[in-house]
Write a protein that binds this ligand. Structure first.
Ligand SMILES: C[S@@+](CC[C@H](N)C(=O)[O-])C[C@H]1O[C@@H](n2cnc3c(N)ncnc32)[C@H](O)[C@@H]1O
Length: 157
């Protein structure tokens, strides 16, 4: 199984990008991982929030392949402890699926079409984070999950 993290818009902060890269490199030891950025929409001034979400949704669907399993990162999703999340990933790997895609929404979240397409929703907290911060939190949690599965001394209960 491979894992793709799909996000919208470049990270403006060099510091954040640096931290994300550190966990990306660490993750490479365990699984084929890719961070794919969908460019920000241009000329959004005259678009409503819904129109923006629908446009973003179209771009997201284009970048998915037919066998991808799509999981949304969404503050209203299911919450896991880090150990539970590592078991969740192990089950996905055992299922024989090709690619698991975690999707981070834009500033207004996801369109209805994307909610319908998704197989699940995961929340990292009840609080809302910026879409930029979520990239760092999920790569760190993915790394943590693999160290838990390998019994490596990173996570402490
Ligand atoms: C600024 S938030 C958008 C918030 C917006 N209220 C919504 O309806 O989703 C941008 C993206 O960051 C991600 N996000 C923010 N907080 C999150 C959390 N606590 N758990 C998981 N993902 C989160 C989601 O993918 C969300 O679409």
């Amino acid at each position: 199984m491979t894992i793709k993290l799909l996000a919208i818009g470049k990270t403006d902060s060099k510091e954040l990008q640096k931290l994300i890269s550190i966990y990306q490199q660490r993750l490479d030891h365990y699984i084929k991982f890719q961070l794919e950025i969908i460019p920000d929409l241009k000329k959004t001034k005259n678009l409503s929030e819904d129109q923006q979400k629908i446009k973003e949704g179209g771009l997201i669907l284009k970048s998915l392949s037919s066998t991808d399993v799509l999981i949304l990162l969404d503050e209203n999703g299911k919450q896991y402890s880090s150990v539970e999340f590592s078991n969740y990933l192990q089950k996905k790997m055992n299922s024989g699926m090709k690619q698991l895609v975690f999707l981070i929404g834009g500033p207004y979240g996801f369109s209805e079409e994307i909610y319908k397409k998704a197989s699940g929703k995961i929340s990292l907290s009840k609080m809302t984070f910026s879409h930029q911060m979520v990239r760092l939190f999920i790569v760190e949690q993915l790394y943590r999950a693999f160290t838990i599965l390998r019994n490596e001394p990173y996570h402490h209960q």
